[in-house]
Design a binder for this molecule. Sequence first.
Ligand code: CAA
Length: 265
Amino acid sequence: MDESLDTVLVEFDDERGVGTLTMNRPDALNALNGQLRDDIIAGLEALEARNEDDEGVALRAVVLEGAGEKAFCAGADIGGFSDESAGGSSTRSHYDVIRDFPAPVIAKIDGYCLGGGLETALACDFRLASEGSTFGFPEVNLGILPGAGGVQYVSKLASPAVAKELAMTGEHISAARADEEGIVNHVYPDDEFEDEVDAFVTDLAGQAPLAIQGIKKSADMAVHSGLEEGLEYDYQLFKRLLETEDHAEGAAAFAEDREPEFEGK
Ligand code: CAA
């Protein structure tokens, strides 16, 4: 189902069930204008619809990346900043759509990951970065703050001190420092980046889809709610997953010493 929206390329690998969205404004370092925000949402919706399709492998994971050699995304498009359309025309932001997406979304970061670009990566379930990538919140240089929860998320992933440092100085940090602070999941050498990301995504796409969906919600709940609510959610989900065919398949595969074949049922 490969297709092109104005500013996003959409691909689907139907062997692994992996969708790829490429933010495609390389001349502006993939800065987020209204069109790009809308197209990320439209691309995710197209991939989700593919999930409901009966033919081929269902969607298991989505990779979000930036076109060109220099950037994942350099943040909001500064040119169209005060323009109302900069927020996109959807009632939901692309951040919300990524966060609520039923399959895991992996930010594949190779280059600048700044401002709203870093917030986009923070909305994803995983951040995998090449070692030459850099991260930062330059908003303070424009007299504003990261508007989509960047300070909140970095405070939780790293610490309030790190969030303040990034957002108050506007300085960029290296991928190694982002890794040390827990802002990214993995950093790979530039020449191994493609293969390592591919292997990570292939593994993830092979896991039991219903369990993956539930774990995504559980981890998000840990951020958004209290422990009691989170524990109750996990317990209820655990009971439901015990009844699934995927659980039976996983247990059978273990007993028979073979790889499981999960079907999301
Ligand atoms: N918006 C629009 N255009 C951008 C852009 C942005 N955020 N970032 C880069 N570009 C454009 C540049 O204007 C330039 O275009 P031209 O070739 O037409 O001049 C092109 O991308 C390449 O950029 P540079 O020549 O500046 O490349 P560089 O390697 O010298 O520097 C950079 C790269 C450090 C990322 C620098 O471009 C920069 O500082 N960009 C601004 C980053 C920024 O402030 N982002 C935060 C925006 S606010 C935000 O994100 C908050 C929110 O969501 C509301």
